[in-house]
Design a protein around this ligand. Structure first.
Ligand SMILES: [Zn+2]
Length: 341
């Protein structure tokens, strides 16, 4: 039975290294010639980077191969892996649609093509072989101009398959444009969209101005670590943190996962919910159940706290259609596992 909800996964970072390596070889791409052996490619693709910016450069490698034509191929492989190996019942998949459009087109044509991209993603997630309830989150990007980000908000509002917007691209780069982000977030909320944003991921990404406008917080680990006085306000606004443990090691934000103990403890004490997520399960080569297992093995959380986080993921999901998670329905007896002849 599919059991888990994943709230923070990038379409680009969801491609596991073997799928990408095979794809590059079939296309005879230049990178395939650089990496004739899979093991070398896996090492290059998954090794930790020194900074968040360096890590984000890898996303552009995958973005360049995820086009209108190839997206169904990658999404099919993402969903079947998520269903078979991760027991996902629910998935929110996020990406910047403008960065999947044909870069040889004029900007106005790329803005039009974004709608096609959103439709293609929606269509590809509607398959029934690996039934996962899936919704899209569109990422605004700190390196795109305001008019493009505004068009992304408008595109999000005009497609039912999109539940929310996000802000990505490196949290250091938001600083000089904060009034613009606040304005875009207000406009998304006014259009009935939910919101999340990569915030408080690194010490450079602390922007309290944006907090009142996000339904959830992408990462947010620096709040309990550096500004725990903000936690009561988060609890009051019922904002959930999307914590993606492996990311902090791959981006150089943390050198070990040990500080996450303080993150979880302070959030539990303050009544702030946490959903455990992967961020980039493919790029990290770490699937959701292994994120859970790592936190348990390192004694950062116990099993009862894990259950609380798993329930929180369904409660804070933007498009999960039920009041209970599959595991809760099993626990309270509204779904039975008892087999009979
Ligand atoms: Zn992310």
């Amino acid at each position: 039975m599919a059991l888990h909800a994943e709230l923070h996964r990038h379409l680009g970072g969801s491609v596991v290294p073997r799928i990408l390596w095979r794809y590059l070889h079939r296309q005879d791409a230049p990178l395939a010639r650089d990496y004739p052996d899979y093991a070398d490619f896996e090492d290059y693709y998954t090794r930790p980077r020194k900074t968040l910016d360096e890590y984000l450069e890898l996303h552009s490698l995958v973005e360049s191969v995820q086009t209108l034509e190839t997206l169904p191929y990658f999404i099919c492989r993402l969903l079947r892996g998520a269903y078979v190996f991760e027991d996902l019942a629910y998935l929110e998949i996020r990406y910047t649609p403008y960065l999947r459009t044909d870069p040889s087109l004029a900007e106005a044509d790329r803005l039009r093509q974004m709608h096609q991209i959103i439709e293609v993603v929606a269509e590809a997630t509607r398959q029934t072989d690996y039934p996962i309830v899936t919704s899209q989150i569109l990422c605004l990007h700190s390196r795109l101009p305001e008019r493009v980000n505004r068009a992304i908000v408008e595109a999000a509002a005009s497609h039912a398959s999109v539940c929310a917007i996000d802000l990505a691209g490196g949290d250091k780069a938001y600083r000089d444009r904060m009034p613009e982000w606040v304005e875009l977030y207000k406009s998304a909320l006014a259009r009935g969209l939910k919101t999340t944003a990569h915030l408080y991921e690194t010490p450079d990404g602390c922007y309290p101005e944006l907090l009142p406008y996000v339904s959830r917080i992408g990462h947010g680990i620096q709040i309990p670590l550096l500004q725990p006085e903000l936690l009561p306000a988060l609890a009051k606004r019922n904002q959930c943190l999307e914590i993606c443990p492996t990311t902090y090691l791959k981006t150089g934000t943390l050198s070990t996962l040990e500080p996450l103990k303080q993150v979880f403890d302070r959030c539990f004490d303050a009544g702030v919910d946490i959903a455990i997520c992967t961020d980039n399960a493919g790029l990290h080569n770490v699937r959701l159940p292994f994120e859970y297992e790592n936190l348990l093995t390192l004694d950062i959380i116990d099993f009862s706290q894990l259950q609380q986080c798993q329930s929180a993921a369904f409660r804070h999901a933007f498009a999960w259609p039920h009041s209970k998670s599959p595991a809760e329905a099993l626990r309270d007896g509204s779904v039975s596992l008892a087999a009979s002849r």
